[in-house]
Design a protein around this ligand. Sequence first.
Ligand SMILES: NC(=O)c1ccc[n+]([C@@H]2O[C@H](COP(=O)([O-])OP(=O)(O)OC[C@H]3O[C@@H](n4cnc5c(N)ncnc54)[C@H](OP(=O)(O)O)[C@@H]3O)[C@@H](O)[C@H]2O)c1
Length: 300
Amino acid sequence: METVSLHETLPLFSRMVYGMWRLNDDSDTSDAHIIAKVEACLEQGITTMDHADLYGDYECEALYGRAMKSRPDLLEATQNVTKCGIKLISDKYPDRRVKHYDTSAAHIQYSAEQSLKKLGLDVIDLMLIHRPDPFMDPAEAGRALDDLVDSGKVRAVGVSNFKPWDWDLLQAHMHHPLVTNQIEINPMDTSCFRNGDIALTQKLGLKPMAWSPLAGGAVFGDTAQAQSIRKVMDPIAQEAGVGLDAVVVAWLMAHPAGILPVMGTNNLERIATLSDAFKVEIDRQTWFEIYEAAVGQEVP
Ligand SMILES: NC(=O)c1ccc[n+]([C@@H]2O[C@H](COP(=O)([O-])OP(=O)(O)OC[C@H]3O[C@@H](n4cnc5c(N)ncnc54)[C@H](OP(=O)(O)O)[C@@H]3O)[C@@H](O)[C@H]2O)c1
């Protein structure tokens, strides 16, 4: 698997990343099964793991950390990304009346400490602000992120779902660079190619991470858009001898922005073929054939 550098202070990340959002949805959340999934990722060359404080109603980080306790070698072999800033309504936090965002220094600091503890890490490789916060004090949030890096709790920081103006506002108040924006990119949501999100990362020479690269499974669904996408992609998959998921991911990775897809399958057999995406060649015209099917019309 290709490895990529997001920033000089970070270890190399694998080009494909494995996401833990659905860890707690799996019918099997035993340590043995979590270990088997991480091992299957490593066999594919996927060494970078994507977490967030709130996944699985705040339980996924602890599930992963619990499983890794018996396999420190696996934890050592991975790079771990996590996120903070969303406060869900949850039995675990009875004082919350409304779902909201919190980018206060106290919450960013608290979240990093919690994630370190739950994941069983000495240092978080990359910490992201999960969503742009309409109540953000950029000077306070920026200072808190800088402090995390300066204190050695995290190696680098970034954001998720930020628009270019959100990025500029936060970055203007920081001395450490934001190193990535994790955004939704898949054939069913191609808006990032037109709304400035990808343009910003390309302008800055940064690599974006793509969440829900298979549209959370919707590319396999019955909508007209999914069917139209599959009509173009199925023959490509057949010719390459791979599954549809591999073609979708190859299409994302073919883009010059250097997108890192964050894969979410809980299925061990599917994990075992994730690197098939590297078997698929997507040239410019093939990219546009898929883009046209995704958008529903030819480019103007
Ligand atoms: N930053 C953010 O705001 C944000 C938001 C959402 C997600 N994320 C990150 O992105 C990661 C990936 O998101 P995601 O799970 O939505 O990614 P995804 O890979 O687009 O979707 C995974 C879903 O697709 C299904 N699927 C995969 N292959 C399939 C196949 N061949 N046939 C039918 N269904 C298939 C999976 O089911 P099986 O498990 O049965 O295979 C799973 O339910 C998350 O874990 C998280 O780390 C970040």
